[in-house]
Write a protein that binds this ligand. Structure first.
Ligand code: IPE
Ligand code: IPE
Ligand code: MG
Length: 239
């Protein structure tokens, strides 16, 4: 689909989303924070549809961080149940749209078994799809991912002289995933909050004040336009 002002030949291959502002969206309406998460569900689907419409091949969404366990127990419990519900409600639709769903993060004892089962089922159902890969970062931390890669290096007995970027990259959660070209964070917060630390080295960052439940396809398109106006130099000079 052609979207006004977007060059179809320079669409970012990989877009990351830090979905933030659900709690503030709810508070502004006098609602409990969890209602903000609930309202974020439709925004997740709009972001996916927008990415599909312009031909983004990889979309990564930050759903729950390794630090989010610090939240009140009832909010954490809500989020576990909520994420399971999203998979139940949308996995067939995602499958029909050609989306491959994968999960990045730690599968530790705090993640309910039932949620893990739904994650495995959604991943298995959609494993053959190639139109877009949706990586849901759940119980994900950029530092934890690097720690896990270093552990794998040690486990594999890699000698010091063989430790290089390739050796580390090949031990990240999804070595086949290209680094994000563009990362969008909502809600007017200007930080990374432990999202894809290794992979973000040269990503273009776009921050918007819109709260996640208000996120529309057009906000994604606007971020892509901004991305297309940037000059990526990777430490070099443009000739
Ligand atoms: C993002 O919204 C959702 C998650 C981090 C799970 P928040 O819940 O962080 O919303 P704010 O930042 O408190 O408004
Ligand atoms: C980042 O949002 C994590 C997710 C979007 C899942 P947070 O709301 O947890 O980040 P901080 O606490 O504002 O840095
Ligand atoms: Mg937040």
């Amino acid at each position: 689909m052609a979207v006004e002002g977007i060059d179809p030949d320079r669409v970012p291959a990989h877009v990351g989303c830090v979905m933030d502002g659900n709690g503030r969206w709810a508070r502004a309406r006098g609602l409990p924070r969890t209602e903000g998460h609930a309202a974020g569900e439709a925004a997740i689907m709009r972001a996916i549809d927008g990415a599909l419409a312009v031909g983004v091949a990889w979309l990564s969404m930050y759903a729950f961080s390794t630090e989010n366990w610090r939240r009140p127990a009832d909010e954490v419990r809500y989020l576990m149940h909520f994420n399971e519900g999203i998979l139940r409600r949308h996995r067939d639709e995602l499958n029909d749209k050609g989306v491959r769903v994968r999960f990045a993060g730690r599968r530790d004892w705090r993640v309910p078994k039932r949620l893990l089962r739904h994650m495995d089922e959604a991943a298995a159902l959609t494993a053959g799809n190639r139109r877009m890969t949706l990586t849901i970062c759940f119980n994900y931390g950029g530092r934890a991912e690097i720690v896990d890669a270093v552990r794998a290096l040690v486990r594999d007995g890699v000698p010091e002289r063989r430790v290089d970027e390739r050796a580390i990259r090949s031990r990240m959660y999804f070595p086949d995933m290209p680094d994000p070209d563009l990362v969008v964070r909502t809600s007017g917060e200007y930080r990374i909050s432990n999202f894809l630390l290794w992979e973000l080295a040269y990503s273009e960052l776009v921050f918007t004040d819109v709260l996640w439940p208000d996120f529309r396809e057009e906000h994604l398109y606007q971020a892509i336009r901004e991305y297309q106006g940037r000059s990526r130099r990777y430490g070099g000079v443009l000739r």
